[in-house]
Write a protein that binds this ligand. Sequence first.
Ligand code: C5P
Length: 205
Amino acid sequence: MIIAVDGPAASGKGTIARALARQYNLPHLDTGLLYRAVAATVLREGLDPSKEADAVAACGFDDSLLADPFLRTDEVGQTASIVSAHPLVRAALLARQKRFAQQPGGALLDGRDIGTVIAPEAEVKLFVKATPMIRAQRRHLELRKNGINVSLDKVLADIRARDERDSQRSEAPLVQAADAVTLDTSFLSIDAAVQRAVEIVEKKR
Ligand code: C5P
């Protein structure tokens, strides 16, 4: 079974993906991390994320980078959404994601284009969403917990900017697959959202 989990930043898709992977014992790939690794490399090497050639040069990152806490920062997230709009960057990361999806025992992948581009054949497709304000509040809380002091307005503006870039790009934009089931987590607790996700999987498999 292949499970595809797509959705915007801070929608809850990461939490839901991890819980489903555990529940169904599937290997899990957080594809956002791949774009974040490219972004972190661009930033560290002083390259220009808006230049396709610079971003492509950063695609040969070492896998050990995927565990680096720097990848989780908002700066890297924003830069990831710039580098990920370049068609050649997406092409450079495509085979790896497709291979992961097609392993014999099945797989779970989360990102923006799993149900549409990486694994259109997935048996289960979830599109996780929540209102921009609720996503901003969640991210704001998380940042404050980590001792990062930033206003809610700034977090909301960043979320809107990232949504805009991710959904307007021409290559593999963030868009719900026609056969994906919507899971709106705006007014759900984490447990309730996970439970709902499990119900959706159970119905489909
Ligand atoms: O999910 P995460 O916030 O880690 O993703 C970081 C950025 O990587 C997203 O804003 C998006 O631009 C890009 N991304 C993508 N396609 C994916 C996963 C992430 O373009 N499958």
